[in-house]
Design a protein around this ligand. Structure first.
Ligand code: PNS
Length: 164
C-alpha cells in the first residue's frame, strides 16, 4: 500500500509504539519511523539514544527504517518523497489534538494524508510520559516497554541517581 512515515518523539519507545510499527509494517511497503528533534522540549533520551533504541527494535523488519527530522513534519515527508503520515490513536482523548494536527498538516501540504491506526487496547493507557513517571518513582514498567528500552531506562535512572 505504498510508503508511510510514523513520526513521534519516542522518548522513550513504548509497547504501544511497537504495536503500531508492527501493524503498519504489514500494511505499507516502506515505513519510516521518524524521530522529532525538538529543541523546545527537553527529552530524557538524546536523539542518538532514541534512534539507537528504535534501530534495535526495527532490526527484525526489512521494510522499516529509522530516521530523524527537525522542523515541520510535512516538509520532512515531502523531502523523503512520501505522502502518508501514520499515527496511533489510543483513546478518544487523543482524538482532538490528533485531529487538529492532521488538519494543520493538510493545510500546510494538501498532498500529505494522515491515517490513523487504533492502538491495541492492551496499550491504550501506555504513553512515554506515563512510562517516565512510573519509572521515576521506581515502579515496574517491564510490561510497558520493549526489553531493550527497559534496560536503557534502568541505566539512565541508575546514572542519574549516581550523579545526584
Ligand atoms: O510523539 P509526539 O510528541 O506526540 O509526536 C508529535 C509529533 C512529533 C508528530 C509532532 O509534534 C510533529 O511532527 N511536530 C513537528 C512540527 C510540526 O510539523 N508541527 C505541525 C503539526 S502540529
Amino acid at each position: 500500500m505504498g510508503k508511510a512515515v510514523y513520526p513521534g518523539s519516542f522518548d522513550p519507545v513504548t509497547n504501544g509504539h511497537l504495536d503500531i510499527i508492527d501493524r503498519a509494517s504489514k500494511v505499507f511497503e516502506h515505513l519510516i519511523v521518524a524521530v522529532l528533534e525538538n529543541p523546545r522540549k527537553s527529552a530524557m533520551f538524546s536523539m542518538d539514544e532514541r534512534v539507537k533504541m528504535l534501530n534495535s527494535i526495527v532490526d527484525q523488519y526489512d521494510n522499516v527504517e529509522v530516521d530523524f527530522y527537525e522542523g515541520l513534519l510535512v516538509e520532512y515527508v515531502q523531502k523523503r518523497n512520501f505522502s502518508i503520515i501514520i499515527k496511533g490513536l489510543r483513546a478518544i482523548s487523543d482524538f482532538e489534538f490528533e485531529f487538529q494536527m492532521a488538519l494543520v498538516n493538510r493545510k500546510l501540504n494538501r498532498n500529505v494524508e494522515t491515517m490513523f491506526m487504533m492502538t491495541n487496547n492492551m496499550y491504550s493507557f501506555v504513553s512515554s510520559s506515563i512510562v517516565k513517571e512510573v519509572a521515576g518513582y521506581g515502579g515496574d514498567i517491564r510490561d510497558l516497554v520493549p526489553p531493550q528500552v527497559y534496560q536503557m531506562i534502568r541505566e539512565k535512572f541508575a546514572l542519574n541517581s549516581r550523579n545526584v
